[in-house]
Design a protein around this ligand. Structure first.
Ligand code: PMP
Ligand code: GLN
Length: 415
């Protein structure tokens, strides 16, 4: 095998999705909604594969024209600049492939890439496959000593500007940010982004900004696009996902948006590997964005309805976890919530998981003994920093109320 794939053969999603299927659990693990996408986009997909206008053949390599046109209009309006549909967009096989194209196109042997912990796990293997070196900087919980305040928020997890600055070297090529963050739910505020932006400008570094949960913010938190921060359009690759936007993760339509001088390199990777994403899925997503463009900010908009639906589910899950004595970190955005399991004294006693991090062992025990699937949070840390974060597990709350009820029953019976 090639050296570039050494040490990255284990994958949290492969492992835990398999386990969850094997034990027929209540699944709050892998991040996908178990409710259907909105009817308008299901119908659009139906039209794209049937009748006179069906789209069964190849389309343009870098993105189906109706889709890149509406995305450019849509995001151009949000960031307040003219975005060129043909030059500044690439449609990919999910956000995953957009990330892969970005790392392959921009990172060389010996380059350093700064990753903010906790991070969506694929950033590290992708940096490694490109020949780069990952340099980590942690979000740290601000010390809250007030015992009465048992509920913390993802807003309490912050970067130290000094520590961040110390990670930039002449070899730094890029920094990856993820807002709203998976798994923590942190939504970076404008001022926090500005600190990162200033360092990117100062050191001439590219920002890869993973914004797949951009519509999902709660309690008045606002998602700010890094590309809209001053000085950042020229150096930002913004990653998005139709799977997350329209609750259709299996469609695997994602995109990258970046200025032409950066985007042309991502296109080189794409044209020589995947070439293009399924035409009909792109057509349906184009119809979806056209509708959302017309209804933007109104109560008919799915991008307004989805967060309001998830807001209620998030409160419910937080209340349930708190009521059984689990301290949760209430997310400002996204569809995950993490909880501290250190107060639960469980006799794991499973020789098959001996030697694994505590949270991995706990999650496996929870799947096998209680029929509830979650994800261990140390999977979102580098091996070097994992040790301090073995006491958290992640729940996905983008689930039907019946699924959340079933999870609640399990938690209440056992506590
Ligand atoms: N980035 C983050 C932060 C994610 O959570 C995910 C998983 N949905 C992805 C990227 C990949 O998205 P997609 O399913 O569109 O490939
Ligand atoms: N992004 C999703 C999550 O965080 C799932 C990713 C995957 O299954 N590969 O749960």
């Amino acid at each position: 095998h090639a050296r570039r794939i050494e040490g990255i053969d284990k994958n949290i999603w492969v492992e835990f999705t398999h386990l969850a299927a094997e034990y027929k659990v209540v699944n709050l693990g892998q991040g996908f909604p178990d409710f259907p996408p909105p009817t308008f986009i299901q119908e659009a997909f139906g039209r794209a594969v049937s009748g006179d206008y069906a789209m069964h053949q190849y389309t343009r390599a870098f993105g189906h024209p109706p889709l890149v046109k509406i995305l450019a209009k849509f995001f151009g309006r949000i960031i307040g600049r003219d975005v060129d549909p043909m030059e500044d967009f690439l449609i990919t096989v999910g956000a995953y492939q957009a990330l892969f194209c970005a790392f392959q196109a921009l990172v060389d042997e010996g380059d350093e890439v700064i990753i903010i912990e906790p991070f969506f796990d694929c950033y590290y293997p992708m940096v490694k496959m490109a020949g780069g070196t990952a340099v980590y900087v942690p979000l740290r919980p601000r010390g809250i000593c007030d015992q009465a305040q048992s509920v913390r928020s993802s807003a309490d997890w912050v970067l130290s500007p000094e520590e961040l600055a110390s990670k930039f070297t002449p070899r730094t090529k890029a920094i990856v940010i993820n807002t709203p963050n998976n798994p923590l739910g942190k939504v970076f505020q404008k001022e926090e982004l500005q600190v990162i932006a200033d360092l990117c400008v100062k050191h001439d570094v590219i920002c890869i900004s993973d914004e797949v949960y951009e519509w999902l913010t709660y309690d008045g938190n606002k998602h700010v696009k890094m590309a809209s921060v001053s000085g950042m359009w020229e150096r930002t690759v913004t990653i998005g996902s139709a799977g997350k936007s329209f609750s259709a993760t299996g469609w695997k339509v994602g995109w990258a948006m970046a200025p032409a001088h950066i985007m042309k390199h991502l296109k080189t990777v794409h044209q020589n590997s995947v070439y293009h994403t399924a035409t009909a899925a792109q057509e349906a997503v184009a119809m979806g964005f056209q509708r959302e463009y017309d209804k933007f900010g109104t109560e008919d908009s799915y991008f307004v309805q989805l967060p309001s639906m998830l807001h209620a589910k998030r409160l419910r899950l937080a209340q349930c976890l708190e009521s059984v004595g689990l301290q949760t970190i209430v997310p400002q955005g996204g569809y995950f919530m993490i909880t501290d399991i250190s107060s639960l004294k469980v006799d794991l006693n499973d020789p098959s998981t001996e030697g694994e991090p505590y949270d991995y062992r706990f999650v496996k025990w929870l799947i096998k003994e209680k029929g509830l699937a979650t994800i261990p949070v140390s999977a979102f840390y580098s091996p070097e920093h994992r040790a301090g974060f073995e006491n958290y597990i992640r729940f996905c709350f983008a689930k039907e109320d019946s699924t959340l009820n079933a999870a609640e029953d399990i938690l209440r019976q056992w506590s």
